[in-house]
Design a binder for this molecule. Sequence first.
Ligand SMILES: Cc1cc2nc3c(=O)[nH]c(=O)nc-3n(C[C@H](O)[C@H](O)[C@H](O)COP(=O)(O)OP(=O)(O)OC[C@H]3O[C@@H](n4cnc5c(N)ncnc54)[C@H](O)[C@@H]3O)c2cc1C
Ligand code: SF4
Length: 479
Amino acid sequence: MTEKMLKFVDLKLETPNKRDVNRRLDDFKEIYDEFINEKAKEQSSRCSQCGVPFCQVHCPLHNNIPDWLKLTAENRLKEANELAHSTNNMPEVCGRICPQDRLCEGNCVIEQSGHGTVTIGSVEKYITDTAWEKGWIKPINITKEINQSVGIIGAGPAGLAAAEELRKLGYKVTVYDRYDRPGGLLIYGIPNFKLEKFVVERRTNLLKESGIKFFQNTEIGSDKSFQDIKEKHDAILIATGVYKPREVNLPGNNLNNIFPAMEFLTASNRKGMGDECEKFDNGLLNAENKNIVVIGGGDTAMDCVRTAVRQNAKSVKCLYRRDRNNMPGSTREVYNAEEEGVEFIWQSNPKKFIGIGKIYSILVEKMKLGEPDSSGRKKPEPIKDSDFEIKVDIAIKALGFDPENIPHLFKYPTLQVSKWGTIKINLKSMETNVEGVFAAGDIVRGASLVVWAIRDGRESAISIDKYLKFKQLKKTEAA
Ligand SMILES: Cc1cc2nc3c(=O)[nH]c(=O)nc-3n(C[C@H](O)[C@H](O)[C@H](O)COP(=O)(O)OP(=O)(O)OC[C@H]3O[C@@H](n4cnc5c(N)ncnc54)[C@H](O)[C@@H]3O)c2cc1C
Ligand code: SF4
């Protein structure tokens, strides 16, 4: 698109009398129509504006989907972008990686009537990617900084969303994170082919340009004490995610070449960002030409199998105890993996890792589905004398994550946690049992989704703001 045409499109979107000018400019649509993403426009036009926005209700952020679809259909992308950002801190991230089939798109009225959903996620991505390209997304420019500060532990989506919202309100914000880059699982968990890392980096750079301070390579509990940062800031948000991998304690568990999912995915993501990674470079964590077996049926397992395919593995198999209909992972992900050549061995359970020094096979037993258990899901039961062996060069354990022991790590034993180890909060205020300490994201919910982490981050910022205003008021009254 030429400079002149870009200006023309901008004029249509920027002018204060948009409606009048739009009407006039509609006559000239043909000048730039070929330059807009026809697919996004076509999809947006498919929204029936049904008036019962189940899509919006089922989006955890309650994004105003029908309105930004309408604006996109009318080529009013700048307004669509503003609307998308009014409820979401990272629309281009959610557009890429939300399990839309379980959220907005799965509840689209057109989908329900059997005509195929409006591809809401891809339009959300298109709107925001365009906004980045055109320079519409700018750092926060606060007029007056408030003399109160918030310390945020964890630079994942929950911590980042809270940081942005608090900075917009004028607070001094400092984020502490134990990784070398901000982004949490957006950087080191979710693979590059689902979420390109530059997309995360341009967001975190924007936050740095907005005056938010980041301390990377700083683990609270070891590099800095929790007590110290608690004293330094007026409020604290704990948004540390969940990182303790669930184990399968089988005979042979200590053999070499059996890895937890995060180790495999982190190595792959680091290589994708150009880092040196010894275990990948010496072949240990590289799936190329190897037989890979992934144990588990969730989204992390799907990320592992699909990463192994992209590393040119010789074969990729996925072992799961239940059947396809009872998989916890997104059906779309399973479909994608199958299409890419992953073999799913349904209703199968590993019994033993076999090898000398390093693993060379897994003994597996076949399962059948019995009566529902306490969770309501059918309980897998072993089938007698059904054992078989699978050849393997690398086994990856992807059975989910639990919280680390935060009170112990933070040397703050009075911080209350649930029986699962997640941090207990007051559901209305998101405050923990420690005054001025709030918590958000996976560390409260258990392993969840990015969109829920963003919502928690936004809600915790509202509560922290209320808390700090009240604190300031009390201080002023006392003075
Ligand atoms: C492999 C994988 C794939 C996924 N794919 C998807 C997907 O496709 N779509 C989706 O919606 N969700 C997905 N998820 C889930 C999603 O990534 C999480 O729900 C989300 O990132 C949680 O955000 P959070 O901010 O709570 O925590 P995190 O993103 O985990 O961030 C927590 C941050 O806290 C830091 N931290 C932890 N402890 C400390 C400490 N003591 N001191 C300092 N810093 C600390 C960590 O370094 C990290 O940066 C996936 C998860 C995994 C593991
Ligand atoms: S944030 Fe997720 S659930 Fe909400 S509209 Fe976007 S893709 Fe759908």
